[in-house]
Design a protein. Structure first.
Length: 728
């Protein structure tokens, strides 16, 4: 038996190593797709939702070489190979005409690329971040889009066969310095290339027009009050900056001084920090400001002053200054900034993004990298969905089996690849510290009583029927719930939350609570322990409201523990039938179309509420038809405009805003997000729209103005190599 197995494994392996030559992806079996190392497609390729390109990208997770030379394909669609880090070689179709935006974004093992003579268009950021490409050959005269070949750190030679320089955006080769890359062009055409936009940077330093920042065109979120002194001579910023905290505030603002220096160095280059010359930038605390996050900025001939009620306010002031310095976004920094005063404070307290390492694990370093990007827009919380039916991702020392047995699985729906990994407690403490430097709070979530199959797979005694169930490898809602009638459930949750409360200093702990009983699942109906509990609690209904009461009992016990023992504020996803909101808790309005009901419940229960209605805030949904994720469980689209149009107060009055409105949240459930870069792609630019919805006063907001300001930020993101959806 063993020998037989070895033999078949060897056969499979050799099948994987030799090139799979087929007309189309449909000719391969699922396991051939997931095993393929080398692929050659010769047919007419489809760019449809689940066509050949999507299948190559999402299903062939090991493929290193792709030969499309003979394929009948005139278009490589947008995002075709987005962030496929394993691809080393690709031969493009001989009949190719168009390469879509971000088609090879961050394919960072790709060695060399030849753009066939037939290609007419190369989209924005098409090869951005392909840092292993050393040789690029362009056979024809394609129009080359913005940042198409930006950030190609390993580029050594570019060979262009055309005597006439292809039309290239100024930013097409962003990052190339004179002499750093050899440009080989036909004899006699060098002069033309020296003068051509996009190409001249191979010979001489890129010349940019002088730019004075216009903060009305680049700030998101829009500040509460801003006045520009346009008549005063703008402050030239390309000089030394002397950054320090006001006497007495040095200790409290040490991090902000360091962050300010880093930010300025990134924008301006090496800044000299001497008190003798340059721009004085003073950071200080101002207790007279009326919100912990409030800040002011003053720019005049003497320099820059940023004041905050707290260090966090000062830090948001820095983030505002950073956006003022990026100006139109096409170069790292403007040349001058106008004299101005800004007075700013947020409309809502918590502006968070939720990521889901349970469905697709997010390595710690990637999680960290996500934080500074959030902080740019004053998003102040990162909510980690740490467990679900598909995995348990956080080390619990009392129950090491959770991560040993339930942090690794094979496959998610049609994507057959390993999904594995977990965070140690030490890593999470490190993340918390790192995030604090950016004033982003880490909020952990442990789901109950549903979305707990990973834990149940390890401890079947957590459920009513004590059946061994495997962790889930598909989307959707499981019938397996924690048993509220079983004392072990409380012992387990108590032990888990004890460690969670210790790891995460955040005041908030999210308890899930979604989709456990809506529609009611009958899971608890024929459990003797649940029936005994119902009897004890005097629950006599049998119309499934009994399930909600059982869930209420479970929640009451855990909430009491978290509040009384660990002094935490519990949060949960609001379900309409749950009705009750325990004192001090924060609920999340998330269900599409049911926000009014959630708001009514919050007001009735005098509770605080986070706004994250699916129709505005679900960033795992595609931003447009055909956008990633093209294949999903039937998600609607959430357009950028829909996100922007969120009024966190949902049209309610100031009283609601003061008493109940807590914040806004954007969700990034990761059933269909299979690379760290794709988290950014789903998040941005919608997270920027959400940030303004959560921060800025309604009267200071307009879609037309937002779109203009976003243009500057989008340029800056492209220049920095951050991926985002361009479907707006
Ligand atoms: C959720 O989307 N299930 C909260
Ligand atoms: Zn039960």
């Amino acid at each position: 038996m063993r020998r037989l197995f070895l033999l078949s494994a060897a056969t499979l392996l050799s099948a994987a190593m030799s090139a799979q030559t087929v007309a189309r992806m449909g000719n391969l079996k699922p396991e051939q797709k997931s095993m393929a190392i080398s692929l050659k497609l010769t047919g007419e390729l489809s760019t449809d939702r689940n066509g050949d390109y999507r299948q190559m990208r999402d299903l062939c997770f090991q493929v290193r070489t792709i030969d499309l030379g003979e394929a009948q394909s005139t278009e490589i669609p947008k995002n075709a190979f987005h962030s496929r880090h394993q691809i080393e070689n690709i031969t493009l179709p001989k009949v190719l005409k168009t390469i879509g935006t971000q088609a090879f974004f961050a394919c960072d093992k790709l060695q060399a690329i030849t753009i066939p003579a037939t290609v007419e268009n190369i989209g924005a950021a098409a090869f951005s971040g392909c840092k292993s490409i050393s040789q690029l050959t362009i056979e024809g005269t394609p129009t080359i889009g913005e940042y198409a070949f930006a950030r190609l750190a390993g580029l050594k030679t570019v060979t262009v066969l055309s005597k006439v320089p292809p039309k290239a955006a100024i930013t097409a080769f962003d990052g190339v310095e004179p002499g750093s890359v050899k440009l080989i062009v036909p004899k006699g055409s060098e002069k033309a290339y020296r003068k051509a936009a996009g190409w001249s940077r191979f010979y001489t330093a890129q010349k940019w027009a002088w730019e004075v920042s216009d903060p009305t065109q680049c700030l998101v979120p829009m500040p509460q009050e801003m006045s520009l002194m346009k008549r005063a001579k703008a402050l030239n910023v390309k000089t030394a900056w002397n950054v320090y905290a006001k006497q007495g505030d040095g200790e409290k603002l040490a991090n902000e001084v360091e962050q300010a220096r880093n930010m300025l160095s990134e924008r301006i280059g090496n800044i000299v920090n001497s008190r003798q010359r340059g721009i004085e930038m003073v950071l200080s605390l101002d207790p007279t400001l009326d919100d912990d996050e409030a800040y002011t900025i003053d720019v005049d001939a003497n320099g820059v002053s940023i004041k905050g009620k707290t260090a966090r306010g000062v830090f948001w002031g820095l983030m505002t200054l950073d956006q003022i310095l990026l100006g139109s976004g096409t170069k790292p920094c403007v040349d001058a900034i106008p004299h101005l005063t800004i007075k700013d404070a947020p409309r809502t307290h918590v502006r968070e993004l939720m990521v889901d390492p349970a469905r697709t694990f997010i390595p710690l370093e990637e999680l960290k990298a996500f934080i500074p990007e959030m902080a740019r827009y004053k998003l102040n919380a990162l909510h980690l969905h740490l467990v679900d039916d598909q995995a348990w991702r956080i080390e619990i020392k009392k129950y090491p089996q959770l991560t040993e047995q339930a942090s690794s699985r094979w496959g998610q729906d049609d994507i057959q690849m390993p999904y594995k990994g977990y965070y140690t407690q030490e890593q999470m403490r490190d993340l918390v510290k790192y995030a604090a430097r950016y004033h982003v709070e880490i909020v952990p979530e442990i789901e109950m009583p549903g979305h707990e199959v990973a834990a149940i797979s390890v401890f079947p005694e957590l459920t009513c029927h004590q059946r061994q169930v495997p962790i889930r490898t598909t989307c959707g809602v499981s019938n397996e719930l924690l048993c509220p009638g079983n004392e072990f459930t409380y012992e387990f949750l108590g032990n888990v939350f004890k460690e969670i409360a210790d790891i995460f200093p955040s005041k908030y702990i999210h308890l899930g609570g979604d989709e456990a009983g809506n529609p009611a699942l009958n899971c608890w109906t024929d459990c003797p322990k649940c029936q005994a509990l119902k009897k004890k609690l005097g629950i006599t209904t049998t119309d499934r409201s009994d399930n909600w009461q059982l869930q209420g009992y479970l929640f009451d016990r855990v909430i009491e523990l978290l509040r009384d023992t660990y002094h935490k504020t519990p949060m949960f996803w609001y379900e309409t039938d749950f009705k009750k909101i325990q004192p001090g808790c924060v609920t999340f309005a998330w269900r599409h179309g049911l926000t009014n009901k959630a708001l009514e419940a919050a007001v009735e229960n005098n509770a605080r509420i986070m706004l994250c209605p699916g129709e505005h805030c679900y960033f795992d949904y595609p931003m447009a038809n055909g956008d990633m994720p093209e294949v999903n469980w039937g998600m609607p689209t959430t357009t950028l405009k829909a996100t922007y149009s969120l009024d966190p107060a949902w049209g309610h009055d100031k009283k609601f805003e003061q008493n109940n409105l807590f914040g806004v949240a954007g969700t990034l459930w990761s059933e269909c997000i299979t690379s760290p870069e794709r988290i950014y792609y789903q998040a941005y630019p919608r997270a920027i729209a959400l940030a303004e919805a959560g921060w800025s006063q309604q009267e200071n907001r307009s879609w037309e103005s937002f779109i203009k300001r976003l243009g500057a930020l989008a340029n800056d993101m492209m220049r920095r190599g951050i991926t985002f959806s361009m479907e707006y």
